[in-house]
Design a protein around this ligand. Sequence first.
Ligand SMILES: [Zn+2]
Ligand SMILES: [Zn+2]
Ligand SMILES: [Zn+2]
Length: 112
Amino acid sequence: MPQQFDLVQCMKQQGTHVGKVCSRCDGKCPMCESLVHPYKLVYICDDCSYGSFANKCILCGASGGKDGEQLTDAYYCYECCMQGKDRNGCPKILNMGSTRTDMYFQKRREKT
Ligand SMILES: [Zn+2]
Ligand SMILES: [Zn+2]
Ligand SMILES: [Zn+2]
């Protein structure tokens, strides 16, 4: 699977809310998608933990809760923590699942 470094992340100042991931994204580092060496709990910004954004997987946007996915705490991998990426800001991925995003990626693919 290709690394998706093109994805736009929120990067606002982190608050006190722990980032959650769904069962499919469980164990993935939100910065590099590494599945090894989970190291440090992920915190997201206030905006990403509020209202319709609450209770959602920070990587793929799957909603949790009673009828949705089982969400677990997200962790940065060891390597990203060593590089200080855990302090870059809120790692929630913003441009997931929208039609606009799909078109954007199609355009980029045509060009290359
Ligand atoms: Zn990582
Ligand atoms: Zn955020
Ligand atoms: Zn997910």
